[in-house]
Design a protein around this ligand. Sequence first.
Ligand SMILES: Cc1ncc(COP(=O)(O)O)c(C=O)c1O
Length: 398
Amino acid sequence: MPQLAERMSRAVPSAIMAIAEKARRMKAQGRDIISFSIGVPNFLPGDHVYEAARNALTHDSGQYGSNRGPDALLDAFLVHLKRNGFEQFERKHLCYGVGAKHVIFNLMYAVIEEGDEIILPAPYWTSHIDIARILGAEVKIAQCGADQDYKLRPEQLRALIGPKTKLLIFNNPSNPTGMVYSEEEVRALGDVLVDSDIWIMSDDIYNQMIFDGLGWHHLLKTHPSLQDRVIVLDSLSKTYGMPGWRVGFAAAPESIAQALVTLNSNHITNLPEVVCAAAVAALTGPQDIPVRMCAEFALKRDEVMACFGRIAGLSCPRPQGAFYAFPDISFAFGKRHGESRIANDVDFCTALLEAEGVACVPGSAFGEPNGLRISYTCKASELTEGLRRFEAFCAALR
Ligand SMILES: Cc1ncc(COP(=O)(O)O)c(C=O)c1O
């Protein structure tokens, strides 16, 4: 029988989807399940987005579209980039994709040769490592534990950059930890990067979700000279409540943007006109929804942290963005919950799901087995009840 390509042995299904699926199955069997597992925003885009989509449907050309993105959408990306303080980009620096995930895949495809090294701080987002591995990259992990607030330190970065390094993946605010880098922290990393010759993928898709008035700091602002090596990645999924619409984009050096266009031309060809019109409306229309959601997530973060503060032994660096928290649960290892022995993060999450019907993702899925990820975008009442159960579960550990 013909065989699959060797690279498929390196491709693994998403661990996040696996736990979400298990929770869904239990729910279908009648169990009362609260899911903190999947990172989706719990809101829909504004009416103006649907109106633009309906209007586009009425005038649909039915034709193939641009491989880079229609001009109206590229200009809307530019509006968004300018709002974020990036004045330097033009249409030729842009390319869209079927969500940021697709753009990330294409970007890595465009720059990585088999055996090239990439640097990835852990905890990492699962697809960052999975895509790199599918493409045959040698992933050099910088382990960034709770004791360093899950943030990459300049000395770690410096130690990992070598002659075979091709790419740094930098995600700020972070999925899965919700951590946000300060200006000094970004600057210190930039100081290391200016001395290197590697690509830097700045996965910025949570840039509209930053709490406590912290502000968002970027390598391109602290070190404008990195302009010819930094790829800015963004997406409408989380900011505008549009994950299913599948719109992501890169703002990059011209050669990279052109490579992404070439890959699109041999792959997806284009995004549908309806989707593009909806994306233009979201990016250029009223921006009150992201602002409101950010305020709501900050309050939910406070509730999560208040609960964690009551659990003896549990520690959690305070998230300052996105909608995730990543507590260190290693205090529970070696204990029992009823009949279940908790040896590690997977045991913890399995027992929590079975005993209390609360689904979280084990930290090992993100390269940090001392923790777990909570995504707190669910309804307020579910969050309160889920946290109550989480606390009860921890209190029953012996
Ligand atoms: C850090 C990060 N980058 C990229 C993505 C992909 O987003 P999109 O829905 O645009 O593919 C996600 C989605 O969860 C994410 O968390």
